[in-house]
Write a protein that binds this ligand. Structure first.
Ligand code: PLP
Ligand code: SF4
Length: 349
C-alpha cells in the first residue's frame, strides 16, 4: 500500500538528542538519561515551530532534566483500577475511554500517560482492542465511547475505519468522541479520506489539544477547517502549563483563536500529579484567576471549564473562582469578579 504523506512526515520525526544538538547546539549529555526513560518524538512541522530555546513550543516537546525528579504518582488517576479489561477505562457509568493506541505523533513532556506513551510495554494489542469492544457491546449502559490513547488518529485509515465501524454498530452507543492532538502536531494527517471515515460515524466529536496560540498555524487551521466542513464537531482540551500558557493574555489569544476556527474550548485542565511533570504544574489559584479574568471580557463561547482530575480516580471536578451564599434564606449573595452581588431568589421559601 502506498505510504501517505502524513506517514512520511511521521517517519521524519526527530527522535534523538543528537538531532537537537545539530539545530540548537545544546549539551546532549544530561538529556540522554531523560530520553532513556521517556522517549523523544517531535514531528518536523512541530519542530519548525520552535523559535528559540525555552519558548512555549520548546517547553512542550523538548526533554528536560527536571522530568527525572521524583514525586507525584505514575498513575495519578488510578486508571489501572478502573480498567475492567486492559484497553478500557470505565470510571463513569455511561461513558468509557477506549485506549486505541499508545502511540502519538509526538510526545508531550507533560503527558498524563507519560508512563505509557511510546513504550512497547504498554502497546495496545489488537486482541486487547477487540476485548475492549466486546466489553462495550456487553454493557448497555454505555452510551458515549471516547477513543483516546495515545492518539487514535495515528492509526492507518483501514484500521481506524474498522475500529470505528465496530463501535458505531453497537446499538446502545449514542456518540463517539476522539481525543487527538494530530491537528496540532501532524495536521497532514487530516485528509479528505480520514474525514469521510469520521463522517460515517456521526455523531462524532473530535476534541483536539491546542495549548498555545503559536500552534494556530496555517496548516493546523486548515486541518480544523477540513474537519468542520465535513461535519465533525470540534472541541479543545488545553492543559494549563507553567511557562507556556499560564497567563491571561496568552490564554485569551488562544481561546479566541480557537473559536475563530470553529473549535469550541471545552476543558482547561489543571496539570495532573504525574511523576516527572512537577515543573509544569501551577497552583490551583492560577487557573482560578485566569478563569475569573476571562469571564466578561472574553466571549462565553470561548470560556472552557477549568477542571481538576482528583487523585485516586475520584473523577473530574469543575472549579469555579466564585461562589454563592444565602442571606436570610431568600437573598442569594453571588460573588462575581470578586464583588458580592445580591440576587433575589424569588422561588425560595
Ligand atoms: C474525562 C474522562 C471522561 C470524560 O468526561 P467528560 O466530563 O464527559 O468529558 C470519561 N472517562 C474518564 C476516565 C475520564 O477521565
Ligand atoms: S498527544 Fe496526548 S497522549 Fe500523546 S503525548 Fe501528547 S498529551 Fe500525551
Amino acid at each position: 500500500m502506498a505510504v501517505e504523506l502524513w506517514q512520511q512526515r511521521l517517519r521524519q520525526s526527530i527522535t534523538t538528542v543528537d538531532e537537537l544538538v545539530q539545530r540548537f547546539g545544546i549539551d546532549p549529555e544530561p538529556l540522554r538519561e531523560v530520553t532513556a526513560r521517556y522517549p523523544l518524538k517531535i514531528t518536523p512541522g512541530y519542530f519548525d515551530l520552535i523559535g528559540e530555546i525555552g519558548d512555549p513550543i520548546w517547553r512542550q516537546c523538548i526533554p528536560d532534566v527536571r522530568e527525572l525528579e521524583t514525586g507525584g504518582y505514575a498513575d495519578p488517576l488510578a486508571e489501572a483500577h478502573y480498567a475492567p479489561v486492559p484497553a478500557i477505562i470505565h470510571r463513569y457509568p455511561d461513558r468509557v475511554i477506549l485506549l486505541a493506541s499508545n502511540n502519538c505523533a509526538g510526545y508531550c513532556r507533560f503527558c498524563t500517560r507519560k508512563r505509557k506513551v511510546g513504550s512497547s510495554d504498554h502497546a495496545v494489542s489488537f486482541r486487547e482492542q477487540r476485548e475492549g469492544i466486546d466489553y462495550i457491546a456487553g454493557d448497555s449502559g454505555i452510551r458515549d465511547v471516547i477513543l483516546s490513547g495515545g492518539d487514535p488518529l495515528i492509526l492507518p485509515d483501514t484500521v481506524l475505519e474498522d475500529l470505528l465501524a465496530r463501535i458505531h454498530a453497537i446499538p446502545h452507543v449514542e456518540i463517539i468522541r476522539i481525543g487527538s492532538r494530530v491537528p496540532v502536531t501532524l495536521p497532514e494527517r487530516i485528509t479528505t479520506s480520514l474525514c469521510h471515515i469520521l463522517r460515517k460515524c456521526a455523531p462524532l466529536y473530535l476534541n483536539t489539544h491546542f495549548n498555545h496560540p503559536l500552534e494556530l498555524t496555517p496548516d493546523s487551521v486548515a486541518a480544523c477547517a477540513l474537519l468542520a466542513d465535513q461535519g465533525i464537531v470540534l472541541g479543545n482540551q488545553t492543559v494549563l502549563l507553567r511557562g507556556v500558557n499560564d497567563d491571561v493574555a496568552t490564554m485569551t489569544e488562544l481561546l479566541r483563536g480557537l473559536l475563530k476556527i470553529r473549535v469550541r474550548p471545552y476543558y482547561l485542565h489543571q496539570m495532573d500529579l504525574v511523576e516527572g511533570t512537577a515543573h509544569f504544574r501551577t497552583p490551583l489559584q492560577t487557573g482560578l484567576d485566569i478563569i475569573r479574568s476571562l469571564r466578561g471580557p472574553v466571549s462565553g463561547m470561548a470560556c472552557p471549564h477549568f477542571v481538576v482530575d482528583l487523585p485516586g480516580g475520584k473523577g473530574k471536578a469543575p472549579l469555579l473562582p466564585d461562589g454563592i451564599s444565602y442571606r436570610d434564606g431568600k437573598t442569594l449573595i453571588i460573588t462575581s469578579n470578586g464583588k458580592q452581588v445580591e440576587y433575589p431568589d424569588v422561588t425560595a421559601g
